[in-house]
Design a protein around this ligand. Sequence first.
Ligand code: HEM
Length: 272
Amino acid sequence: MCSSVTHHHRIVQCSIVSGGEINYPAKLQPSSFSTVKFRSDHASSEELRKVLSKRKAAGVLRLVFHDAGTFEIDDNTGGMNGSIVYELDRPENAGLEKSVKVLQKAKTQIDAIRPVSWADLISVAGAEAVELCEGPPIQVLLGRQDSLGPDPEGRLPLETLDASGLKRNFQKKGFSTQELVALSGAHTLGSKGFGSPTTFDNSYYKVLLEEPRTPSGGMSTMVGLPSDHALVEDDECLRWIKQYADNESMFFEDFKKAYVKLVNSGVRWNSL
Ligand code: HEM
């Protein structure tokens, strides 16, 4: 029976026959099982709240993107797998060691009760960071496996990319233009000049639409990154920027969905 199908299929079919267990190819693994928990059930949230503060929130949210943002659909490598802990010496990750150290404290406490993967911890921590800064509550599934080494290099977008470069970069990770614009709203946190550095709101979009784009008198204090301004130059992005500037709850809804997609990127799920 097995010999009549391709090698790939033979493995799947034979294992059904022999053990009653299906060995899914990584890409087809079901993403939820009865053992999957929501973050509100887990001790993680409580321990994370002890180590997080509004001031630390931006770094922690950035950590999520730099771990998960290595994912590419084409070869199904990278993604939210905790590999950031092996990648801290990369130039694009400068400054993120601080955020990993903050989370390490919570991880030690949680591991003593029930081990948690870096991938789960970082995913939940980003959601906690958003909520701590008055952004929307986000439910994150748990059960991610950690990788045992670093992900491929050169996959995070450079701040010098123009809009089409940013779109292409996000497309390779499976994200639409709308999701690119929604996720970029994370830059409302931090010190790039979009409203309060510790309040998660839609001021990123409002400030991007303001003219002139540089505060009077200061070239060096330009608000935002070149990549933030590149989005405004693109008609498709501009439409979303306007919508999110006008409608904060729409931004929150779309950010939530895109965040969940980000933290599920390339994940190998535990399948207990
Ligand atoms: C669209 C492409 C993106 C580019 C080119 C980009 C690049 C950057 C750069 C260069 C910084 C400044 C780092 C520094 O101050 O040293 C930054 C900060 C930040 N990024 Fe992004 N980023 C992008 C998308 C994202 C996404 C999708 C998220 C999360 C969902 C994110 C979260 C953050 C946060 C929260 C900060 C502030 C960190 C802090 O102040 O500590 N970024 N980003």
